[in-house]
Design a protein around this ligand. Structure first.
Ligand code: ATP
Ligand code: MG
Length: 771
């Protein structure tokens, strides 16, 4: 039987333990401090680390469900059965968090392969994949005949010298082994686990160039800056590249790592072939590779065309190549169908190595709350957040706080937010898209800069755009000082005040307009907040990135345009104020939190009736259906009252979680709610939906699934939800005082059980009885 974390006698070497704990998502500094304090006993170190998280939380924001989380959060999950995952080729067993906790995990075998959960700074003994396989190391490193220990030594040296890390994580080693073997590799590892290092290290082991395909300028910029700081020359190419000479220099091999957006790769095929000949291309890394798949949440058509890489850079096509140039495809959010689609679409080779780690993030605490998610609920929903930040700078003078407000909105006296309070008026507009609502305040809002009207038009950022960012500098040399490139040298040091000891918050909202509305509201409540959406001027977006990285902002209120790949260690809260587009998008965005391994909150505020109105109408039928499918998964996630949130999320990516939950989420803490019998209400609702009086309460047989609309009803269409509720409240006195939101919840439950359907969906003909 596997030993539980913290059990006596579960000691391993300090290096092995550090590697295990890194894999679990703990911060390196925290681990070494804990090992220093309590010695290299796994149980003691875990206790110290988890105790430390609890302490950190006591000093941090109030927990979502106060009072109960801290004690249970410290309990390690019992070692259950190791998670197994049906991976596309069945070659590798997925590691689970229990692997990381249980002792003796390294060396467990499955399917003929070692699923080592950890390794110190040396290859696992006897690992056949560690054998030297003719890597062309070029002039910087030893010749190909070098043994495995030399290989490990070189990696260690590079890791220490450039990144200051003492060990690779187990999965990083697996990936590098595949690269040494010239194999294509699909890397599926949790957000914040360190995927970037997998393709950055090869650039430092050879004289060849690493070409990285990445979807966003902001992401490329961020990574280039970090590389420059670590003494690695890099550049990015694409529509956002301000210096036309950089492309030529990159194709001449002057930067170790070249980031390219997918559109540009297609244009650069010929120069890349020359680069492959001299000085050579070590690998093509395709980051955020879920963008390849139509089934993924960030589908980018140009990613699909990246099959040209396998077609053109093989030894059969380019005679000077000894081996095909390996493809390394990486993502944190790919469901099983998406993985299959990726391998097929990119034409990855038959013997592609799939490196699969647990998607579980042990320090993320998930919860769901129900809300109107509009301006009328800001006051109530953000009270705690505002209190948290304001309290942390209580020693600051009142005068200074007022100045912040004046800076941000000189028109504060005319603000509509003055009227915001905790009242829960039964606003009939709640749940209706903002499109039809006039907000005179927004056009004249200032958030550190003047926003013009077109910045706040009510549109969704459907896909993050590649040119999402405006940069002044397009190349990043080893000697570049990060300051000169715009971002600070110490990105996680608080530069402006002590108020950010909690770490910042990202609030995701569905529409661009809301980014401005909510940011304005938070600014007026005394917080340092900024809006971020794709339609804002790029100079503003750049400023937000910079301030966010410098800890000058407490809250960024953003659409999906902000997030993918953002690697800031101390983000403490991710709030989704409204439904995400899919659970994949949700997990990706939530993954921005807690990258330092400390406890962080991921809260979803949902209004079941608002989501469909946010689906853009310019979609094909197929896209609309897919969007509904993804939304329905989000509904199920939020409607769930009995299964651990983390369990549902990792299951979505095909991972079995074992019998226990995370013991941190709202479900694990609060348990399932008391059951209520709402049969009478359900029958009334369905009767009215079908045009009956609603007074009959006996079981009814329906000839088809009744439909309803959440929007305005047109002639001949299914009844509008608002009318149904008005009818119930008007005609049936016992329901006169009922809340519309309550009926919305009931309707979504009925829908999830198949009793009713929203009219925009394809009708399903079936008989249902409520019994
Ligand atoms: N071997 C290691 N030891 C310690 N820290 C590491 C190691 N490898 C990577 N890290 C750190 O982990 C953090 C996250 O890395 P990275 O941005 O590559 O994550 P990611 O897996 O690409 O996440 P996402 O899916 O969100 O893009 C970085 O700050 C990096 O320095
Ligand atoms: Mg990444």
């Amino acid at each position: 039987m596997e030993e539980e974390a913290g059990a006596p006698g579960s000691d391993v070497s300090a290096d092995g333990l550090i590697a295990e704990l890194l894999d679990m998502g703990f911060d390196f500094d925290a681990i070494t401090a804990a090992v220093g304090a309590v010695g290299p006993r796994r149980g003691d170190v875990l206790e110290a680390l988890l105790g430390g998280s609890g302490q950190a939380r006591r000093g941090g924001p109030a927990p979502v469900r106060p009072g109960t989380a801290s004690s249970t959060a410290r309990r390690p999950r019992a070692a259950g059965k190791g998670a197994s995952l049906s991976n596309p080729r069945g070659r590798l067993r997925q590691s689970s968090i229990t692997d990381h906790i249980a002792s003796g995990t390294a060396g467990r075998k499955e399917s003929g392969r070692e699923a080592s959960a950890s390794f110190p700074c040396a290859s696992a003994p006897g690992d056949p994949r560690g054998a030297p396989v003719g890597v062309d190391f070029g002039s910087r490193v030893a010749p190909e005949s070098a043994g495995e220990s030399d290989q490990t030594g070189r990696i260690s040296a590079v890791l220490q010298r450039h990144f200051g890390f003492s060990c690779l994580k187990a999965f990083q080693k697996e990936v590098l082994d595949a690269w040494f073997a010239h194999r294509d590799c699909l890397v599926l590892a949790a957000t914040g686990s360190g995927k970037s290092l997998c393709f950055q290290i090869p650039a430092l082991l050879t004289t060849k160039i690493v070409v990285v395909i990445s979807p966003l300028i902001s992401l490329m910029h961020d990574q280039c800056l970090k590389l420059a700081k670590h003494g690695v020359s890099a550049c990015f190419l694409g529509s956002g590249q301000p210096d036309s000479r950089v492309e030529g220099k990159a194709m001449a091999g002057m930067y170790k790592i070249v980031y390219v957006c997918p559109e540009t790769v297609l244009r650069l095929m010929e120069p890349l072939k020359k680069l492959a000949e001299k000085p050579g291309i070590a690998l093509f890394a395709i980051d955020e590779v879920h963008c390849v798949s139509k089934w993924g949440h960030d589908f980018r058509p140009d990613y699909r065309r990246l099959s040209v890489l396998r077609e053109n850079f093989s030894s059969s096509k380019l005679k000077f190549l000894k081996h095909d140039i390996p493809l390394m495809a990486l993502t944190a959010t790919a469901t099983i169908p998406v993985r299959e689609d990726i391998i097929k679409s990119l034409k990855m080779s038959e013997d592609t190595t799939i490196v699969l780690t647990s998607f579980f993030r042990p320090n993320l605490r998930f919860s769901v709350k129900h809300s109107r998610t509009n301006a009328s609920s800001y006051g109530k929903d953000f009270k705690e957040l505002i209190g948290t930040y304001n309290a942390s700078r209580k020693f600051k003078g009142k005068e200074q706080q007022q100045q912040i407000v004046r800076e941000i909105d000189p028109d504060s006296e005319s603000s509509s937010y003055d009227s915001l309070n905790d009242s829960e008026s039964d606003d009939e507009d709640a749940g209706v898209d903002y499109a039809g609502r006039e907000d005179k305040n927004v056009g004249k809002t200032k958030i550190g800069m003047t926003l013009v009207k077109e910045n706040v038009e009510n549109e969704l950022d459907l896909y993050p755009r590649v040119d999402d960012f405006d940069v002044s500098c397009g190349e990043f040399l080893e000697c570049s000082q990060p300051e000169s490139s715009g971002f600070p040298a110490q990105p996680n040091k608080t530069s402006s005040s002590e108020c950010l000891d909690q770490g910042p918050t990202i609030v995701y909202v569905p529409t661009r307009k809301e980014t401005v509305e909510l940011a304005n509201f938070l600014c007026k409540s005394g917080l340092r907040a900024a809006a971020y959406n794709a339609k804002m001027p790029k100079s503003h977006l750049r400023q937000v990135h910079q301030q966010f990285h410098c800890n000058d902002l407490e809250v960024v209120v953003a659409t999906i345009a902000f997030g993918m790949g953002i690697d800031k260690s101390n983000v403490r809260r991710i709030i989704h104020y409204g439904f995400p587009q899919s659970l994949e998008a949700y997990y990706q965005e939530a993954g921005r939190a807690g990258r330092d391994g400390k406890m962080s909150d991921c809260t979803l505020y949902c209004n079941f009736f608002r989501a469909p109105s946010l689906l853009p109408n310019k979609r094909s039928e197929e896209q609309t259906k897919a969007a509904y499918r993804m939304l329905r998964d989000c509904f199920h996630y939020s409607l769930n009252t009995s299964t651990c949130r983390a369990k549902i999320l990792v299951k979505y990516f095909g991972e079995e979680f074992g019998p226990d939950g995370c013991r941190m989420c709202d479900i694990c803490i609060d348990g399932p709610p008391h059951m209520h019998d709402f049969k009478e209400e359900a029958i009334v609702f369905m009767n009215v939906l079908q045009g009956r009086s609603g007074d009959e309460t006996e079981d009814m047989i329906y000839s088809s699934v009744p439909h309803y609309r959440s929007g305005v009803r047109r002639f001949g269409e299914a009844p509008n939800f608002r009318m149904v509720v008005s009818h119930i409240r008007g005609k049936l006195p016992r329901f006169a005082a009922t809340d519309k939101m309550w009926w919305q919840g009931l309707a979504r439950i009925l829908e999830s059980l198949g009793y009713i359907r929203e009219a925009a969906e394809t009708p399903v003909s079936q008989c249902s009885t409520l019994s």
